[in-house]
Write a protein that binds this ligand. Structure first.
Ligand code: VGL
Ligand code: ZN
Length: 213
């Protein structure tokens, strides 16, 4: 039985930004559905962090940066394979802003990621080169958090990578499944859940969190 959130629990709301909503540059199907769910979920948590995908123009994860390449193709970068995306979440643009309906006034920290042109960062903990830390693990440890709950977009990329890395950093991890939506390209959603389960990530529904709905 899951215990209710305490001062050792943090809710990490991943990338609920305009470009990931339907009609956005990298729109996630039904992505807007998470906004009211996340708003309601967040009321149960004293401590909330938002992540914000925050790329420079000409980012190496953009297909447009690589002549002849199309979104959803993969290329090799010095740190390994990189899936290419439509230009999205460019710093300071409307697409990079949080969804207008997102309403979590107690948010304590906004963590931006993916701001180095040469390195993508799905994970809120370690960039895609797998060695550059974002600083979040140290922040959470110093604050005394031991369990990370995740919700947001997209299940199979930024949520999954963050969840697995949170486990690697030694945190208990809970993904609130119905508060996430997926891109689901080339089997990525099934693969992500396999990696999360293998890492010891627990999946719950928001209705299972004591006293929410
Ligand atoms: C994301 C692809 C590229 C995400 C971010 O938030 O899941 N996916 N950048
Ligand atoms: Zn991105």
């Amino acid at each position: 039985m899951l215990h209710p959130p305490t001062d050792r629990d943090i809710l990490l709301v991943v990338d609920v930004q305009n470009d990931f909503l339907p009609g956005g540059a990298l729109g996630v199907r039904d992505g807007d559905a998470v906004v009211p769910i996340v708003n309601r979920l967040a009321r149960r948590y004293a401590h909330v962090i938002l992540t914000q995908d925050w790329h420079v123009a000409g980012h190496l994860s953009f297909a447009s940066t690589h002549p002849g390449k199309a979104p959803f193709e993969a290329i090799e970068l010095p740190y390994g394979p990189q899936l290419l995306w439509p230009d999205h979440c460019v710093q300071g643009t409307a697409g990079a802003a949080f969804a207008p309906g997102l309403d979590i006034p107690q948010t304590e920290l906004v963590l931006r990621k993916g701001y180095r042109r040469e390195i993508d960062s799905y994970s809120a903990f370690v960039e895609a080169d797998r060695v550059t830390p974002t600083g979040l693990a140290g922040y959470l440890r110093e604050r005394g958090f031991t369990r990370v709950h995740l919700a947001g977009l997209a299940t199979d990329f930024c949520v999954a990578w963050s969840a697995v890395d949170a486990r690697r950093c030694g945190f208990d991890v809970v993904v609130v499944g119905d508060a996430c939506r997926a891109i689901d390209t080339a089997g990525s959603l099934d693969a992500a859940w396999t990696r999360m389960r293998d890492a010891g990530v627990v999946e719950i529904r928001s209705s299972e969190l004591p006293g929410i709905f």
